[in-house]
Design a protein around this ligand. Structure first.
Ligand code: GCO
Length: 464
């Protein structure tokens, strides 16, 4: 297997790990925290007796108990020589009902302690403002389908970027707007569990406004920090390109690419929604108010891209709007990750090239990349060891492609592994383990996996 060294990426390349509040913190109702849509969603039984909302009805009430164990987690991060920690703020710790009037000092103090604890250990705090845990009180009022939520979000952005201002050198406005709008407001499989275009379209537009204006506010409050946002992306290819069906499949691939990979970045860059490739998006204009084109724009210092896999698509007459369907990796690949995702390292290379080709993308960070595989627990010399060679191979093969893009001039300057510790994987519960550190949920003990030691050696400059 390939040997790599971090210096090949340059001295100014930043390395880190990423997490999200709801997935690790626990303490769901402690110290004045309000209820979020994820608390409500996981606490509500599915109406369908044959399908649970969340794997085994699990929830993030306790999760990894990071709220109480953040110091020991940061100690471990330091032991592994990880210089950057990307985490998210829980909106309802700070404003329990989402509005400025509900300000909760204990929640505000928690993030001061967390940020200070990073700084004390020489770990740079990288803060995501919104990683999916909308205040339930705002959802009761329509959530992202209501334009008012975007205004409340701006208040929240204004507050946190002033409050933690000079301690945070890098801010991420949103985490994966496409993922949380499609899963939460179209397919109904994530919180808040809403379905259909009538929810999806307004949510898309209000989130786009939140991204644009949120970015501007953060930049105004923190002119010396880097302000950006993150996008989920999957490399899309047609299942076949030849003949009549191939032409139709290529058309479907273009539409899927517009939806999955371009929907939120293009309006930010001032290009509007990708209506030329996906004409139905014209419906979004229904939700426009005068001046929205400007509100959608944001001159970001960087973009974060989050990539795990590739999708193959095929034309289909049964899927209105998109006229295509994804061929599940499990049906076409011998091996997938625990999420059923194809392992396709070249995808990240193609995506980096795609995003770098947009005008005005100055800098790209890979803000998430990683994989869930079954870990192998063994006892060796009285110690528990966690072997996860598949994860090491995954990370190396993706990093090799990142380097390939960098060598070809793509301005990629950072990489964050998803994720530091095993955690609550949304609808999949605790089953898939993405961490480079294993969590025993019974005891809350952490065990560094082989991949964690591999990352440490890599970060310490060794050839690995
Ligand atoms: C996401 C989220 C993470 C997930 C990760 C693995 O980007 O989807 O940021 O919360 O856990 O992507 O699915």
């Amino acid at each position: 297997m390939l040997i790599m060294n971090k210096y090949e990426f340059g001295n100014d390349f930043i390395w880190g790990v990423a997490t999200a509040a709801y997935q690790i913190e626990g303490a769901w109702n402690e110290d004045g925290k309000g209820e979020s849509i994820w608390d409500r969603f996981t606490h509500t039984k599915s109406k369908n007796p044959f399908k649970e909302r969340i794997y085994q009805n699990q929830n993030g009430d306790v999760a990894c108990d990071h709220y109480h164990r953040y110091k020991e987690d940061l100690d471990l991060m330091k032991e592994l020589s990880i210089p950057n920690y990307r985490f998210s703020l829980s909106w309802t710790r700070i404003f329990p009902d989402g509005k400025l009037t509900s300000k909760n000092q204990k929640g505000i103090d928690f993030y001061h302690r967390l940020i200070d604890a990073c700084i004390e250990r020489n770990i740079t705090p990288n803060v995501t403002i919104y990683h999916w845990d909308l205040p339930q009180a705002l959802e009761d009022n329509g959530g992202w389908t209501n334009r008012d939520t975007y205004l409340r979000f701006l208040d929240y952005v204004d507050f946190v970027t002033k409050e933690y201002n000079d301690k945070v050198p890098r801010w991420f406005i949103l985490n994966e707007p496409f993922a949380f709008t499609v899963l939460g407001y179209f397919l109904g499989i994530h919180a808040p569990g809403r379905k259909g275009f009538a929810n999806f379209y307004p949510a898309i537009h209000h989130v786009t406004l939140a991204q644009g204006d949120g970015g501007k506010i953060a930049k105004k409050n923190c002119p010396n920090a880097e302000i950006g946002t993150t996008f989920s992306c999957s490399y899309i290819e047609p299942v076949s390109k030849d003949g009549f069906w191939g032409i139709l499949n290529q058309g479907a691939a273009i539409r899927f690419d517009a939806l999955l990979n371009s929907l939120f970045i293009e309006p930010m860059l001032g290009m509007g929604y990708p209506v030329d490739r996906l004409p139905s998006l014209k419906t979004l204009e229904k939700y426009y108010k005068e001046g929205d084109e400007e509100r959608m724009k944001f001159n970001a210092d960087f973009i974060g891209i989050q990539n795990y896999t590739r999708e193959l698509v095929q034309w289909s007459p049964f899927m209105p709007v998109i006229w295509g369907t994804i061929i599940e990796a499990k049906k076409r690949c011998e091996k997938t990750t625990e999420m059923g995702w194809e392992i396709y390292p070249e995808g990240i290379y193609h995506l980096l090239k795609k995003y770098a080709s947009y005008p005005n993308v100055k800098k790209i960070y890979i803000t998430e990349n990683g994989a869930a595989f079954p870990d192998q627990l063994v006892e060796e010399d009285g110690k528990i060891r966690i072997h996860d060679i598949e994860r090491i191979n995954f990370l190396k093969s993706y990093l090799e492609q990142v380097l390939r893009a960098k060598k070809e001039g793509v301005p990629v300057y950072g990489y964050f592994i998803w994720t530091f510790i095993d955690n609550f994987e949304w609808a999949e519960g605790y089953r898939p383990r993405f961490g480079i550190v294993y969590v025993d949920y019974q005891t809350q003990k952490r065990y560094v996996k082989d991949s964690g030691y591999w990352y440490r050696d890599f970060l310490e400059g060794k050839d690995v």
